[in-house]
Design a protein around this ligand. Sequence first.
Ligand SMILES: *[C@@H]1O[C@H](CO)[C@@H](O)[C@H](O)[C@H]1NC(C)=O
Ligand SMILES: *[C@@H]1O[C@H](CO)[C@@H](O)[C@H](O)[C@H]1NC(C)=O
Length: 206
Amino acid sequence: MCIWTVTKGAAAWSCIRLSILSVLLVLLLCPLPSTCHPIAPGVATRSVARLSRAANASSDTVVGRHVRSYNHLQGDVRKRKLYSYQKFFLRIDKNGKVNGTKNKDDLYSVLEIKSVDVGIVAIKGLSSNFYLAISKKGELYGARDFGVDCRLTERIEENRYNTYASAEWRNKKKPMFVGLSANGKPMRGKKTRRKNTATHFLPIVV
Ligand SMILES: *[C@@H]1O[C@H](CO)[C@@H](O)[C@H](O)[C@H]1NC(C)=O
Ligand SMILES: *[C@@H]1O[C@H](CO)[C@@H](O)[C@H](O)[C@H]1NC(C)=O
């Protein structure tokens, strides 16, 4: 990653500048560890391009934590609960933990669903402020900041329930879905299937 020039001093400086640049880039893209998991170099470039396109931060953007604003997030906004086929409300608690609850009054199950792209949504817990996310490994979690893990493809299935799959990550070319098991536990994306009702949710108006 270094451009070697004639004098040693200059060469070293190029190296330092390059590494500072990459550190800045990483900081810019990864405000918190919870939003960014290590990604392969090839994937990284794609993600970076996608993220910057997706983010399209407005002119008042300030680089740092929690201060970015995203134009694309000002699109269609729906306040909903996601009610699973197995009769759990999906909740994201204040620690970013995702699971299901049978309690109709659980504030952590009130979500905000925003379209961020054609067919792609961001789902945020209104009480916790965490985004519903699927990591590259397929873990379901709450992300403090919006990132590639939070881009979910929303699709209406044949039984009129919706599925939410990671728009970024796949497992052996198969989509990884948001899913809650029969006892309300978060499912690993790798274990989820479109046909499995554990991945089926009805968005209910709050
Ligand atoms: C960002 O959004 C503005 C409008 O809000 C648009 O004019 C511009 O082309 C977009 N840039 C990218 C890179 O998508
Ligand atoms: C979900 O997590 C909360 C908080 O940790 C816990 O109280 C609750 O029992 C969990 N729900 C299920 C269905 O496991």
